[in-house]
Design a protein around this ligand. Structure first.
Ligand code: GLN
Length: 248
């Protein structure tokens, strides 16, 4: 079915397995913010073994998951999802990937026990688990030109240390928290239509400006650049509260 000018479709990868620390809130935020701009917002759930409707998706969401869940999805990701995902992103769709999902879009994720789950290499990053888990609030100074405020806030809980290769650039720099690897002060990754991050929480309810960045990027192929302004006073107050808490 052709993409209708007034529909906005979110594709949720592995909703039954890759969905922790409130990741579902990202789906609700994307659908609501599209609806509040008079789009008919639709959700397509893309569990293991299915790819139906992936060519209609504007934004894919790939949430986090413990090593056990990542072990259950990586083969399906390579065998079934990779080709239609690459086609969709080449055609202008966007991907928001959090933590375990972010890791599996890279070259590989290696567990603390040394088991390596191959990724699909859509982003030039590699991840290896360390002994200590990185847990806590995160504040990021983001490298995105079209967002105000220029900060992102969230919560991280991961053992993986992610290192970016030359093709990938960081989403931003951590002001508070560990971010990609607790060493180079970077957080997340931007490459092509993929935005990867370690920020759970969930991310988008407290960062409505990032949700709009993703929606705008997904609408670019329809030559739509403007989004009607929304009253984000509650969301931004929650955002500011995290910033203030970190200053105390
Ligand atoms: N299992 C991965 C890690 O520990 C991802 C965890 C997550 O998605 N929160 O790093």
């Amino acid at each position: 079915m052709a993409r209708h000018q007034k529909t906005f479709t979110v594709g949720w990868l592995y909703p039954d397995l890759m969905n922790i620390y409130g990741d579902r809130g990202n789906i609700l935020t994307l659908l609501k913010r599209a609806e509040w701009r008079d789009y008919e917002a639709r959700l397509i759930e893309l569990g293991r073994g299915t790819t139906k409707g992936m060519d209609e998706v504007d934004i894919f969401f790939f949430g986090g998951g413990q090593d056990r869940e990542q072990a259950l999805v990586y083969e399906d990701l390579i065998e079934h999802k990779q080709p239609p995902l690459e086609r969709a992103v080449a055609a202008g769709a966007q991907i928001l990937a959090v933590c375990g999902g972010y890791q599996l879009l890279g070259h590989y994720y290696q567990t603390g026990e040394g088991e390596r789950f191959p990724g699909i290499g859509m982003i030039d990053v590699r991840t290896e688990a360390g002994k200590r888990r990185f847990i806590g609030d995160v504040i990021v100074d983001a490298d995105l030109a079209d967002i105000t405020p220029p900060t992102l806030v969230g919560f991280e809980n991961h053992s993986g240390r992610t290192f970016l290769g030359p093709e990938a650039k960081p989403l931003g720099r951590v002001r508070t928290g560990f971010g990609n690897n607790g060493e180079d002060h970077t957080e997340g990754c931007l490459q092509g239509g993929v935005l990867g991050t370690y920020l759970h929480g969930s991310l988008l309810p407290k960062n409505p400006h990032l949700a709009d960045h993703l929606i705008r990027a997904a609408l670019r192929r329809r030559a739509i650049t403007d989004l009607a302004a929304l009253d984000d006073s509650t969301e931004i107050a929650a955002h500011e509260n995290i910033l203030a808490r970190a200053r105390r």
